[in-house]
Design a protein around this ligand. Structure first.
Ligand code: 4NP
Length: 150
């Protein structure tokens, strides 16, 4: 799960998917998150993300931000970008171009959305975080469904 800062959107996506994986007893699936940027390395998720996750019974407060590296593109099977800007930046990391097929926009997992970018809630109010949570919850439900069908 990758966004820009790894403190707002991708920690939520990480926490939600991990929670649903446990709930559905889908073993041996590792979830992680990272940012394309380096500003927040080592930081906890944004308090507003921690709060919306808590409100939904999910704990993300022990996560710490890190920056995505080219090694992640080798080690992980799927890389979900939160928006098209993150998507382009991740693609640029893959200099061999061998792993381009692993890189996806997370909202492409949801059929019913017109805009497939998860909006960046960083400079907005709390309701931006609720909206982000709802979008990511839907996307993670689709991911789980696909994993179960595999
Ligand atoms: P995120 O949100 O990419 O969802 O973690 C942001 C967090 C921090 C900044 C931008 C977006 N920032 O500019 O510091």
């Amino acid at each position: 799960m990758v966004c820009l800062g790894n403190i707002c959107r991708s920690p939520l996506a990480h926490g939600i998917l991990e929670y649903k994986i446990k709930l559905n007893k889908l073993d041996n699936i590792e979830v992680d998150s990272a940012g394309t940027g380096s500003w927040h390395i080592g930081n906890k998720p944004d308090q507003r993300s921690i709060e919306i996750a808590n409100k939904n019974g999910i704990s993300i407060q022990n996560q710490r931000a890190r920056q995505i590296t080219a090694v992640d593109l080798i080690e992980f099977d799927v890389i979900y970008a939160m928006d098209s800007s993150n998507y382009k930046d991740i693609k640029k990391l893959d200099s061999s171009e061998k792993n381009q097929h692993k890189i996806k926009l997370i909202l492409d997992e949801v059929n019913s959305v017109n805009n497939n970018n998860v909006p960046d809630p960083y400079y907005g109010g709390d309701n931006g975080f609720e909206h982000v949570f709802e979008l990511l919850d839907k996307a993670c439900n689709s991911i789980i469904k696909n994993l179960k069908d595999e």
